[in-house]
Design a protein around this ligand. Structure first.
Ligand SMILES: [Zn+2]
Length: 246
């Protein structure tokens, strides 16, 4: 039996037996892990409080060979989201991000970029709850990108010429982006403004992106929401379980 310690973000929990829970979290050093937390549902239990969804914890766990579920032994709260627990739209947004992380992350594979990006998005929403929608768009784009599903935003997939930002680009059925010459303007158009907005995610933190997005026209935001929703739906081959209002 091996003992591990890692920082982790609690994503989802299920009740098990009378006093236990199964906890799914995204950890910094082991990626997505599922574990049993014994006794965590007993009254006034600090262990239980630390395992509320979206809490950031320091986690010590045991792993037995050939067992998918690890054993959660000890936790310490680094950041609780207790102050947001009464805000239904924030909780829906958090659940949506949590579900996508579970859907997109292979178990037990650390991905530091994904972990840091996810954490920064949860933090940005905690700091400025009114920026939820823009942070969700940023999260979707980066999740797709880090898992290899985001089309190249810089060059045409067909002729490899750099997009110059002057014309709309087109999304093919294979999820690649092509220039107007290669498509003769056929396919789903991605407007200049949306293309620029997508490129902005590459340069900024989620908090900064959301701050700048306050000035972006509503129509462009809707267009971005439709595009990311379409891309995620195609990758998952179904719609996400939780879908925040758009
Ligand atoms: Zn082209």
């Amino acid at each position: 039996m091996a003992v591990f310690e890692t920082e982790a973000l609690v994503l989802r929990t299920y009740n098990l037996a009378e006093a236990d829970k199964i906890v799914v979290c995204l950890s910094r050093s082991a990626g997505l892990i599922r574990g049993v937390a014994k006794g965590c549902r007993k009254l006034k239990n600090r262990f239980g409080a630390s395992l509320e969804p979206f809490t950031l914890i320091n986690l010590t766990y045991y792993e037995k060979e050939n067992q998918e579920l690890v054993s959660f032994r000890q936790t310490e709260i680094l950041r609780s989201r207790f102050n947001l627990s009464g805000n239904a739209s924030i909780l829906t947004g958090f659940s949506y991000m949590g579900d996508l992380l579970i859907d997109f992350s292979p178990p037990h594979q650390a991905n530091d970029n994904l972990y840091r990006m996810a954490l920064a998005c949860f933090e940005a929403v905690s700091e400025n709850p009114e920026d939820l929608d823009s942070v969700l768009r940023y999260f979707e784009v980066w999740l797709l990108k880090l898992e290899g599903f985001m089309p190249d935003l810089r060059t045409c997939a067909n002729c490899h010429e750099a997009f110059n930002g002057e014309a709309a680009v087109y999304l093919g059925t294979d999820l690649s982006l092509r220039c107007v010459r290669c498509t003769s303007g056929k396919g789903g158009a991605v407007s200049k403004k949306l293309h620029a907005q997508l490129r902005t995610t590459e340069k900024l933190s989620p908090a900064k992106f959301a701050e700048e997005a306050r000035e972006v026209p509503k129509r462009t935001k809707q267009e971005m929401a439709e595009l990311t929703f379409q891309l995620i739906g195609r990758v998952l081959e179904r719609m996400p379980r939780v879908r925040p209002a758009r």
